[in-house]
Design a protein around this ligand. Structure first.
Ligand code: A2R
Length: 323
């Protein structure tokens, strides 16, 4: 059985990826998380193969790689929030750039060549011109925020490591992924949580929203992790692959869909705190490259994902049920 190591599995995507690699790709899954933090998804099904690891400590990465000797490595560890990156740019640069270099460099030191998938972001493209949509992997990068700049840098260094050291690194630009369990700092989860709280009567029937005109490309996290597995098996070294739905949705339409799934009467109000300093009007992926090379395409309809996220928050929200 092939061994897969997920670095940074304590977050939203890690649990889904672990489940997918085990069930759909028949791999023995190992995972790392930050010490003293609760994992967001239940990882108990891979116990005891869960290790504490801070990617800022290069030597700890080397030690762990020698102990496990994984065939595949999935690098998810990151400061993954755009808004947090505005508040804490230095930490974001440390984790997303220095930390990622530590991981690549530790892998370079191994006596064999594991295949590694490094997760970047659709945000790397930044200020996209209208005639560049949907965005192909070769489009010029114009990152519009700190998080995006760190992920663009990770991608460039990954591409250099792959060529310079003949490493099997596949570089992903993941567009917005959503699903049950995602933190409410992300827009779809935020909206669904607010609706669930309104339904239970623990919040006034008003939704607080940011910029509703932005258009984003949303994919169910379970489709996203399947793409990562396929790239580990079939991706070409040094290549960058978009992973998204190929379909940008206006945030206003997402909000309307979520509100239409509730019987509560809800007013919408703009909260200036939810508007980011710089926003990118449209982000939509061209997913033809990953489709042609691995056969991947998203399968789960967006409305199904939204309903599951809404039900997730309904099941976790207390109060008087008004529905
Ligand atoms: O900050 P925490 O406690 O949530 O931990 C995050 C972890 N992490 C680290 N792991 C090792 N060493 C570090 N210095 C370090 N700093 C943070 O990486 C978290 O458990 C994990 C990333 O998970 P999420 O933030 O939930 O991101 P998600 O949604 O799972 O996305 C995975 C990847 C990331 O590279 C995103 O930037 C990309 O997909 O979209």
């Amino acid at each position: 059985m092939k061994k897969a190591l997920i670095i940074g599995a304590g977050g939203f995507v890690g649990g889904y990826l672990a489940q997918c690699l085990q069930d759909e790709f028949n791999m023995e899954v190992y995972a790392t998380k930050l010490a003293n933090t609760q994992t967001q998804e239940d990882l108990s099904f891979i116990e005891p193969r869960i290790y504490d690891l801070d990617i800022l400590n290069r030597n700890d990465i080397v030690e762990l790689l020698y102990a496990i000797r994984p065939d595949y490595i999935f690098h998810l560890a990151a400061q993954s929030s755009v808004s947090e990156a505005w508040k804490n740019p230095a930490l974001t640069i440390d984790v997303n750039i220095k930390g990622s270099v530590n991981v690549m460099d530790a892998v370079r030191e191994l006596y064999y060549k594991p295949r590694m998938v490094i997760i970047g972001s659709g945000e790397e493209y930044g200020h996209i011109k209208e005639d560049e949509t949907p965005i192909h992997e070769d489009t010029k990068l114009r990152p519009g925020n700190i998080y995006a700049a760190t992920k663009a840098c990770q991608n460039m260094i990954g591409s250099i490591y792959s060529k310079a050291y003949d490493m099997e690194l596949m570089l992903v630009r993941a567009f917005n992924h959503v699903g049950p369990g995602q933190s409410p700092i992300f827009v779809v989860s935020d909206f669904c949580k607010q609706v669930a709280e309104i339904e239970k009567g623990i919040r006034e029937p008003v939704m607080y929203v940011g910029n509703l005109a932005a258009r984003r490309d949303f994919t169910d996290v379970r489709d996203v992790v399947r793409a990562y597995g396929l790239l580990a098996l079939k991706g070409r070294a040094g290549e960058t692959y978009n992973v998204g739905s190929g379909n940008a949705m206006e945030i206003r339409a997402v909000l309307d869909m979520i509100i239409s799934m509730s019987s509560s009467k809800i007013e919408v109000r703009v909260d200036p705190n939810k508007i980011r300093p710089v926003d990118v009007p449209i982000i939509e992926a061209d997913i033809s490259k990953i489709h042609e090379e691995t056969g991947w395409e998203p399968k789960i309809p967006f409305a199904q994902t939204v309903r599951e996220i809404l039900d997730y928050w309904r099941s976790r929200t207390g109060g008087t049920d008004n529905e």
